[in-house]
Design a protein around this ligand. Structure first.
Ligand code: V47
Ligand code: SF4
Length: 391
């Protein structure tokens, strides 16, 4: 279909001229402005933004929907910071209520996967004052010595900022040191909402927007890739979401180092923001769609299924999402402790493949950097899940 035909189809019954103009831009592959993004948040129906986002998603990836085989290590939930939305951390003063894994215990987790075709370990946790740069460099070297092919995606910019400052290293020096020790890429956590008026209220004491972005830029400058998250559905307004995405889009123009944008839905169980109502499913899907439209230089949009739940993650595949993270494992506690849908977030490859097929998309296993490992449409599983098992 030509773009003109697509514009006609999507805007046939849309009365609002501003929305029609945005559709024309998007379908002609032009970037939308912040003001246009606000119009989408304020006036774009779910069907309208969903159609545009789906058009972009299919232009970029067709039906391909990526996942990977990974596992998580959470070294500790002891944290020097006190983000109000966090249901997971224990302040250092109460550290006996939390957990701290030794290097040996973390290596034992890695060894549990010996002989299994996992491609990534995701290491992320609280900011423990005793687990410093040298401690983690040693862990990275030991993981690489044991399993050199395992991609290590580790440490949020919050953890890295703390480690580098304590080690009195610049971002460039600290990042180079960890990269040489085995760190391959960075996850997207700790971004929350960049706008200072919101950050001060939800996570006042940790690295600010400029610091977060500088850490990712330092990684990109070394040729490393990273992800970016946004914690939405708490006290932020549309303007703050747009400001957040704008800062990421601007850095991406400069470095091209981000792989994936991951909106994270605020969950309200057992934290200091428990009085805030969680966003609705329609608002979640509208956000995914608008993010897909606005973040035109991010190749991938991920729905993190343990937080969203399996069925909502399936639904998101019609609203711009082309990645649903991985098989993970049951060690991911940051969401289950905040009231996420999935209390035990583990899914087998067969379950993930079926989840994607049920949404009539094409399951593709990828590595961290989106190199295709197996396309399950071309190479189906020998022993698929029974048809009704996920219904
Ligand atoms: O930064 C904490 C979020 C993040 C809550 O890069 C909460 O592939 C919702 O960033 N409700 C850490 N969210 C996890 C993270 C992540 C997860 C999966 C994949 C990747 C990736 C990164 O979890 C934190 C914070 O934004 N978070 N508490 C809560 N109550
Ligand atoms: Fe610590 Fe991260 Fe929780 Fe904030 S979100 S308190 S930095 S573990």
């Amino acid at each position: 279909m030509s773009d003109t035909a697509a514009v006609k189809l999507i805007t046939a019954h849309v009365q609002d001229k501003a929305l029609v103009a945005i559709a024309e831009k998007v379908l002609n592959n032009e970037r939308i402005t912040n003001a246009e993004c606000l119009t989408l948040f304020e006036k774009g129906s779910l069907g309208f933004v969903g159609s545009l986002a789906n058009y972009i998603r299919e232009r970029l990836h067709g039906d391909k929907t990526y996942f990977n085989r990974n596992f998580h290590i959470e070294p500790t939930n002891v944290c020097v910071f006190s983000c109000n939305f966090c249901s997971y951390s224990k302040l250092y003063a109460h550290k006996e209520e939390g957990w701290e894994l030794s290097t040996e215990q973390m290596l034992d987790i890695v060894k549990k996967y010996d002989g299994q075709p996992v491609t990534e370990v995701h290491i992320v946790g609280g900011v423990h004052p005793k687990m410093n740069l040298e401690y983690f460099a040693d862990l990275l070297r030991k993981i690489k010595a044991h399993r050199p092919d395992l991609h290590i995606k580790g440490f949020t910019a919050v953890e890295l900022d703390y480690m580098f400052r304590k080690a009195k290293m610049s971002n460039a020096e600290g990042m180079k040191y960890l990269h040489e020790a085995g760190l391959d890429s960075l996850p997207g956590g700790g971004a929350e909402i960049f706008a200072p008026e919101i950050r001060e209220k939800i996570c006042a004491d940790k690295v600010n927007a400029e610091g977060w972005l500088a850490i990712h830029e330092a990684a990109h400058n070394l040729g490393m890739h990273s992800n970016a998250t946004m914690l939405y559905g708490q006290i932020e307004k549309f303007e703050h979401r747009i400001d957040h995405m704008d800062r990421l889009r601007t850095l991406q123009d400069k470095t091209k180092g981000f792989n994936t944008f991951i909106p994270l839905k605020f969950r309200n169980m057992d934290n200091d923001m428990r009085d805030i109502k969680e966003s609705s499913l329609v608002e979640d899907m509208r956000l995914y769609a608008i993010a897909r439209i606005y973040m035109d230089n991010f190749p991938h949009l991920k729905a993190y299924w343990p937080m969203l739940g399996r069925q909502n993650a399936q639904l998101s595949l019609a609203f711009g999402v082309n990645d649903i993270d991985g098989t993970i494992d049951d060690t991911t506690k940051i969401y289950s402790m905040a009231g996420a849908e999935e209390q035990n977030p583990a899914m087998s490859t067969a379950e993930l493949v079926q989840l994607i097929e049920q949404a009539k998309r094409e399951p593709v296993e990828r590595d961290t950097l989106y190199k295709e490992i197996r396309n399950y449409k071309k190479e189906p599983l020998a022993d698929p899940m029974p048809a009704a098992s996920l219904n």
